[in-house]
Write a protein that binds this ligand. Structure first.
Ligand code: NAP
Ligand code: F7E
Length: 346
């Protein structure tokens, strides 16, 4: 019998890599996706296959973590062994513009899911293991570097405050109700599937497009901030490993190296043999009312207990992202040419 996993946030960066990993391990994977007026399944399209063929399958269910009744229905229908809560309004800068909405999705959404799992477990006696997507943003301006599981949280954004709420709700469900819940405290992780408004992807996409003449400038905010950037494909494996342990616990997942946004620019533009200083301008709208200056994680506990270690380092990650964006930019450039020809012909 294959295991059944439920993933919220399956249409996001991590959801797509996690679904791939679970399908490869033979899981029956179910994803919760929001109804939208446009397609949101680009990142998981390659995972569909004919339902009439044998083999592991991905099944999608319309739902929202803000709809507790819908979540309960999905859980009682599919009877998951493992639940991964990845759903979030995950953009830190945007959380300053939509603080209440961000808190609802990130904090109350997580609580809705925990409560739905608890009731299902109590009603059926089936053990369900839950992964809660915590974030290094919870450390905010922590007084210590690197940060580990013992570092106190000092959140600096509505997003981070909401993630701290979800973290403690998960711990409380573990302690009060003996629910098997793990918090992953994941540092920034990126990939060619990263959303285009996060700084890494914004940079790699711009470097590729500028090198092909599709873009002339790049507007950014604070270039001095430092982050511990890893590869999303490595990090979803840590999520899965956490739920395979007999005892539920919380783990920092990080590379242990931090780099500034400026260093990321150096590396990305070097891949296309350009100097970013010729193209980058500052726009205050990308600054945050409260910034997190440096995040660097100590993943010693994950390394020892899961055991987990990252495969992809900083330079390899940046190159992987630039190369993927170059491919996309070349297709875009070809499209531009076709459009021009069509315009002339028309
Ligand atoms: P992402 O690409 O922004 O994906 C977020 C996902 O959540 C999307 O599938 C989105 O659906 C879904 N979602 C948003 N609101 C929802 C709602 N109300 N109900 C159901 N689904 C909803 O984020 P990610 O980078 O994959 O991150 C995954 C999780 O890890 C998030 O919780 C994030 O906060 C956390 N995290 C990320 C990082 C990182 O560096 N990537 C680090 C630490 C923690 P749509 O496609 O419909 O928008
Ligand atoms: O910003 C600076 C910005 O938006 C990184 C999310 O996945 O990781 C992510 O949050 C840094 C910040 O990621 C621009 O001020 C400069 O210091 O790529 P980001 P984030 O805020 O670290 C954590 C772990 C999460 O949990 C989140 O969900 O880059 N920066 N100029 C900029 N950032 C953006 N977005 N855009 C700029 O133009």
């Amino acid at each position: 019998m294959s295991k059944v996993a439920l993933v919220t946030g399956i249409t996001g960066q991590d959801g797509s890599y996690l679904a791939e990993l679970l399908l490869a391990k033979g899981y029956q994977v179910h994803g919760v996706m929001r109804r939208s007026s446009t397609f949101t399944t680009d990142r998981i399209e390659h995972l569909y296959h004919d339902v009439h063929e044998p083999g592991p399958k991905l099944e999608l269910h319309y739902g929202d973590v803000l709809d507790p009744l819908g979540l309960r229905q999905i859980i009682s229908d599919i009877k998951p062994d493992e639940v991964y809560n990845l759903a979030a309004q995950s953009h830190v800068r945007t959380s300053f513009d939509t603080p209440v909405y961000t808190a609802e999705v990130v904090a109350i959404g997580a609580l809705n899911l925990l409560e739905a799992v608890r009731d299902f477990r109590d009603a059926t006696g089936r053990e369900v293991r839950v992964y809660q997507a915590g974030s290094s943003e919870m450390f905010g301006n922590a007084l210590e570097l690197p940060q580990n599981e013992k570092t106190p949280f000092r959140p600096r954004s509505p997003y981070a405050c909401a993630k701290v709420h979800a973290f403690w709700q998960a711990v409380n469900h573990r302690e009060a109700y003996d629910l098997h819940v793990c918090n992953g405290i994941l540092f920034n992780h990126e990939s060619p599937r990263r959303g285009e408004t996060f700084v890494t992807r914004k940079i790699t996409r711009a470097a590729a497009r500028i090198s092909l003449g599709l873009q002339s400038r790049l507007f950014l905010g604070n270039l001095e901030a430092k982050r511990d950037w890893g590869f999303a494909g490595d990090y979803v494996e840590a999520m899965w490993l956490m739920l395979q342990r007999g005892v539920a616990d919380d783990y920092v997942v990080a590379t242990g190296e931090s780099h500034s946004v400026e260093e990321f620019l150096d590396e990305a533009f070097a891949c296309v043999e350009l100097n970013w200083r010729d193209f980058v301008k500052t726009d205050a709208k990308y600054l945050r009312p409260t910034e997190v200056h440096e995040l660097r994680g100590d993943a010693g506990k994950a390394r020892a207990e899961l055991p987990w270690r990252p495969e992809v380092g900083f330079k390899k990650l940046v190159r992987m992202m630039v190369e993927s964006d170059l491919l996309a930019a070349k297709k875009e450039a070809a499209g531009v040419e076709v459009d021009k020809l069509e315009a002339i012909a028309g």
